[in-house]
Design a protein around this ligand. Structure first.
Ligand code: G4P
Length: 284
């Protein structure tokens, strides 16, 4: 399957990130806990060079718990400060504020030695579309301060949200572009709903997902749809259509409707908490 993201958007997003990043001490990099490798933009290391970094494995509530631990250990092992979160819940606020200060320890200490006291750490949130950036900012700020969704063309002035005496957060998140060079990564992001559906072939996406699930979670389709999966993803999609009474005129199984249904069930965790990839050396 071929995935595209308009190069014009990419250039604009990159320029905006480069401008904003100059203003901050810390970049809070949001990854989707269900596919941290695929939702990570490799250019972030260059873009955020010299800045402190806090990695948030967001949507951890949707991902497999042991995989969350494996990713936390792996990313911490490469030197990053890492947190697992459900950005919709306010109870992670304290954890984030502590994470920010820990990630900026060296800078705070440097300031202190230079006699600079009480200068708040300035942070920005960055991540690919739909990873939960606006939700994260809203939760942290405690009010509707960031617009949910990425709205191109909205004029942006830099506004700072004071989280407490020690931390200020830029109210506009940095939008990173998805990683499309690797077709596997594009596929996973499409399953997660991070790529606009209109540009995708839903049935193709669903059959690829069925193949993946049959390999990595062999019982989940049988359990959820009450089917005995037969050979071939196309046939299984028909079985799902039959089980859920998705039919076209003439009583044929409506596989396109079944494909939407399957993707929705997957995205809303009705098939269980599923992580699509493990750190290098792990099995997915
Ligand atoms: P973005 O700014 O990075 O583009 O993402 P945004 O905050 O708009 O979040 C995208 C979707 O992900 C939203 O759902 C949001 O509620 C959901 N979300 C964000 N963080 C988490 C999380 O940690 N766990 C779970 N389960 N969901 C999360 P939506 O259905 O698109 O919108 P809404 O109807 O919830 O507003």
């Amino acid at each position: 399957m071929d995935f595209q993201w308009y190069p014009g958007h990419m250039t604009k997003a990159k320029r905006a990130m480069q401008e904003d990043i100059r203003l901050v001490d810390l970049v809070i990099e949001l990854l989707d806990a269900r596919a941290p490798g695929s939702s990570r933009n490799p250019d972030i290391d260059t873009l955020a060079k010299g800045k402190a970094r806090l990695v948030v494995l967001n949507k951890a509530d949707l991902a497999d718990e042991s995989a969350n631990r494996a990713w936390s250990d792996y990313l911490s092992g490469s030197g990053a400060s890492v947190l697992c979160m459900d950005a919709r819940l306010g109870n992670g606020k304290k954890k984030v504020q502590e994470g920010i200060l820990k990630a900026c320890e060296k800078k705070i200490e440097r300031d202190r030695r230079r006699g600079i006291l009480n200068r708040p750490v300035r942070a920005m949130v960055a991540g690919i579309p739909n990873v939960g950036k606006s939700t994260f900012i809203n939760t942290l700020a405690g009010r509707a301060s960031a617009k949910t969704g990425n709205k191109p063309g909205v004029t942006r002035g830099n506004q700072w949200i004071r989280l407490n005496k020690q931390v200020e957060l830029l109210d506009t998140p940095g939008i990173l572009w998805p990683k499309f060079e690797d077709p596997e990564a594009g596929l996973k992001l499409a399953w997660l709903g991070s790529i606009k559906e209109e540009i995708l072939n839903t049935t193709g996406l669903a059959t690829e997902l069925i193949d993946f699930l049959q390999r990595s979670k062999p019982d989940c389709l049988a359990e959820h749809y009450g089917i005995l999966p037969e050979a071939g993803a196309e046939r299984i999609l028909e079985q799902i259509a039959e089980a859920r009474n998705c039919r076209m005129k003439g009583n044929e199984p409506d596989t396109e409707r079944a494909a939407f249904l399957l993707l929705n069930d997957f995205r809303s965790n009705r098939l269980g908490r599923i992580t699509l990839e493990l750190p290098e050396g792990g099995k997915d």
